[in-house]
Design a protein. Structure first.
Length: 151
């Protein structure tokens, strides 16, 4: 991740998570998350809090084993315990967050992504009706950055 200017306010957790409006499921992902690190256990509380209204209590999170640092089988977040499931078969650029009401698949924006690029990806992945694939979404932010530089 590029270092932010000392005059820039720090990023809030909510600025790092964006989900599609509630509607019929469409596309490969339901939104995107830009974690600050590859420490899923440390980063997860922000996602759980940000999705509480949509999912209710988060019961389980699945992730790719190779995409994150080691994760315990269970993580205590607030008064809840979230079961963690790591799989080599899960797409490295996604996590599934499973709550009492539904499941959301989130695109993972790599932590070291430039802020402007990351925000472009977050916006594209959470646009209503978006059906773009993971590779297209991850390249969206780079395209937006190039367009901004051309203006």
């Amino acid at each position: 991740m590029t270092s932010a200017s000392s005059t820039s306010p720090p990023m809030t957790d909510l600025e790092r998570l964006s989900v599609k409006p509630e509607a019929a499921t469409s596309g490969f992902v339901d939104g995107a998350w830009w974690p600050a690190s590859r420490d899923l256990a440390a980063e997860l509380s922000a996602v759980v809090a940000g999705l509480a209204d949509r999912l209710g209590d988060v019961e389980r999170v699945t992730y790719n084993l190779d995409a994150w640092e080691a994760v315990p089988r269970k993580i205590k977040i607030g008064s809840s315990v979230v079961r963690m499931g790591g799989f080599h078969s899960q797409l490295p650029a996604t996590i599934d967050v499973i709550g009492e009401r539904r499941r959301l698949t989130l695109l993972i924006v790599p932590p070291d992504t430039d802020a402007q690029v990351a925000h472009g990806i977050l916006a594209a992945a959470s646009r209503a009706g978006s059906t773009e694939g993971i590779d297209t979404l991850l390249s969206t932010g780079v395209g937006n950055l190039a367009l901004a530089g051309a203006k």
